[in-house]
Each structure stands twice: as C-alpha cells, then as structure tokens.
Ligand binder design. Sequence first.
Ligand code: ZN
Length: 556
Amino acid sequence: MHSLLALTATALAVAPLAAQAQTPQPPQAQPPQATSARAPKLLIAISVDQLSSDLFDEYRPRLTGGLGRIASGTAFRNGFQGHSASETCPGHSTILTGAHPSRSGIIANNWFDLSQARSDKAVYCAEDERISGSSSSNYTVSPVHLKVPTLGELMKAATPATRSVAVAGKDRAAVMMSGQRPDQRWYWNGKAYVTDLKGVAVPVSVAAANQAVAMLIAAPGLPLSLPADCTAKARSVALGDGKVSVGTGRFERNAGDARGFRASPAFDGMTLALAARLIGEMRLGKGSATDIIAIGLSATDYVGHSFGTNGAEMCLQLHSLDRDLGDFLRLLDAERIDYAIVLTSDHGGEDVPERLRLNGVAAAARTRADLTPAAIGKAIGAKLGLSGPILIGESANGDVYIDTGLKAADRRRVEVAALAAYRADPQVEAVFARAELERVRVPTASPDKWSLAERARASFDPRRSGDLVVLLKRNITPIADPSRGYVATHGSPWDYDRRVPILFWRSGAVANDRAEAVSAVDIMPTLAALLGIRVDPSSIDGRCLPAAGIARCPSR
Ligand code: ZN
C-alpha cells in the first residue's frame, strides 16, 4: 500500500524530486563511518511533537520504516527536555539553540505580561504583541521573544551561502527551530501552510502542497485499517462522566473537517511531503555550503491530546509516521543528497487518566475543577477582603501571577495565602515563590538527577515567569473536563513528559544504543561540532556529545 506521502509527492509533480519518487532505490554503497570529519551538505532536524521515550521504547522493536532507520544510528533513549514546563514552545526552543528556557526566554506556550496596554494580558510565545491587532489567540507570528540564536543563524553567519529553512505543523515549532531571518519558513495555520516572513514569494512547492491539502480536507477521510499490533489496543475507554470515549478511533472524518485532519496521520504526511518538495525546489544540499531544514511534525501531539497515548489511534499514528519518514528518506536518497539527521521531541506525554487506571496506575486522576488560579484567587480574596482577579494563570499547573493592581502589602498577603493554599492541596506536589527560584542555580548536572526546584529553575525567566510556579503531583492531568476539548496532555515536571529520544543518523551510521541521560540542549553544540562551527560554551547550556559518534567535540 502506498503511503500518503508517496502519493502526495507523486501528485505534486512540480520539482525534480517527484520524478524520482517511483524509481527503484540504488543500494547504499557508502562504507560505515562512526565518526566523520566531513560535514554533510544538508542537516535535517526533525521534531516529532509529543514523542515520549515511553512511546519510543514501546514501539521501537516494530519500527521498520524511516523512524526505525533513524533509530538504527545513534539512539539516546534517555534524552531529556529537562525543564519543568514541558510544553511545545519551550521544547522546540531548546533543540537548535543549546539553551534552556531560562536562557532562551521561551518559558511556556503562553505567559502573562500584566503591564502591557492591551486588554489581553496573555502573551503567546511566538507572537509580537507590539503589533497592533495582535492578541494571544489571534497573534502576529514572530521570533521576537527568542533571545538566543539558532544553529541556522550561526551557520548563515559563518557561511552566508547556507540556506536555513523550516517547515512545520505548528508556527511555534517552525519559529523556535529557525529563529531570526531564515530563508523560508512555512507552517500550518489551520487552513494552509503560510509564512510570517515578509517579501518571500510563495514557492511552487508550497502552492502545490496547499492545493493538495485543500483537496484532501475537502474529501471525507476513510477509516484506516488497523495493523495487527494495533488491534489489541483497540479498546473503548469512557472518559470523565462518560460523555466521550477514546481508544478505537481510525481517523474517519467528514468532508471539510480540518481539525480532524490535523489530529490524524495525514497531517504529518503532508508536512513531510512539503518538506521534500521544498528541498527539491530549493536544491537544498546541492549548494556550495551546508544547508539546514527544521521539520516540525505535529500530528503525534494532536493525536495524543485528542485520544491519549495508549489506544489504537496512537498506534496507527506511529506506524504511519514511521512509513512516511521512510518515504521521505527514500526521496532524499534518490536525489543523492548527503544529509545528516537529528530527530527528537519537544516533550513527552501521558495517557488519559481513565486508561492509566485500567492499566494499574491507581494515582492517575484529573484535576478538580476548583484547582485553578481564578478559583483559588477568589477564595483568597474573600478571606483577605480583596477584590479583583487576585491570581492570574492559564492552568492548574505552571506560572501563576499576582494581580499588579494590588498594593504591595496586599500582594505579599496574597502570596503567603496562595503558597499555603497550594501547599495544602492534595493534588499539588510543590509550589515555588519567585524569590525561591531566583536563589536556585540553573542545573548543570545530568538531567535525570535534577530536583523539582532545578527543573522549575530551567523554566524560569525573571521578566516573564509567574510570581508562583505550581507543580502537580505525578499522574495528575490538568484537564478537569475531557468532554470540552483535549482529553490528555503534557506540561508536567515528571519524566513521562521530560524524557524524549534523541537520535542521530547519517548514511553509513553504525548502531550505537546509548542509555546515559543527555539533554536536548546538547543537540546544538553536537551539530555545531559536526559543521566545524565554534560555539562559546558560556553562551549555551548544552555540551557537545562525543558519544553521538558524529562529530569530534572541541576540548574545553
Ligand atoms: Zn508539543
């Protein structure tokens, strides 16, 4: 059976890659080389959104496609997005900058700036809130919040002929992996692949991809057939008060259902097809300098949020991703591009609590509806005789801000009361006041050894973080009601959300399975060493990984 990617690439017959899509593959002739001093012509950085190491470990024996091929090189199964706010924007900001969120400034998907003039005080990580009309929900996409350079920026500074490109299912993935002034940056906005870059003409490959995706969404989505190993997972699980259930979905959808498309394997197929087409059209990897393309594959995350991680839906998604990645790599091979790949994730994820309990995780639960900054602030306000919003925050966990409209003395009373309320809550593991986190050093030890305070410190920026940082207990899902949108999520400081695979692959790679804990911030200095780009160690948090076997690390 053809995958969507192969069909799409053929349907998009506009650039040289398409002509190659159906030709037989030449055998791989390159000799094995554990360490190469030769820089590749194309660096491919792939983020699979919400691909936890728990999922990677479980599915790895059955990955026979592109994901399996990439895992057959150097595979760090204990990679870490070490910071506590294990969300998409922070996670993507670490991968190609070598910087923790505490340095990059990307502390969360959304934070609050109570001093700004607009009525919406929330700020989206990849927006420019100074642009008139931008809001946290209807935002003007921009990299302005990212305080550190990406590898693509360093490559272009060292060699101006380098092209830096990003293609992703989410704007924040594309923006945080490419940073300032890439040559091309395309991301899905719910209807089409669009860009925030000014004065960039729409490439033929993007126009063709948008035409193909519009046709795909306009048609009904037929249910996918279940591979044998997914059948055992196809068991219906009722969520919350029983209004919704998950577990047996096969991505059947109505004509015109763009949200259903987004939470289905076809979405990654489209993004990969666009990436392949753009590589062909721009002739990436064929120029005088090394080029870089960052690819954000978002469907795994939408599938996890919509169906949880342990049903037939995720099983279908991972098999489809594996197959589509295989087709993508074969297209590059047919073009004889000398590429190196790193594949990782922005964060892990956890299953729905209802199925976790069926699988023996007795502590799994949803947050109570009254465990929100608004509700806790209201109770504190009543007790202290204060009015106003008191506490501001978007979720039961993470950053909480104290109303800046209060007098200083009242703010202190609110802080004391809020710390006490959170500490007494049976669903809360820890709460840190801003002053406490300011005294913690950004951790430099192995990320599996960090304390909770250190995890929170790696997510802390004094100008953007909350006055309090709340961390929920293990296996507590901060979605009180699963019938109103997402049913499962990530964002916790626990390893199911922090531990992600970090894979390096290049033609001729030899199997190199690694068990030691490494960090996503180690990726950038490792790739920089591969390219011969010097990075001041004091300007980043990561370190070059000699064990990756792809680069000679500088002595330090
Ligand atoms: Zn994500």
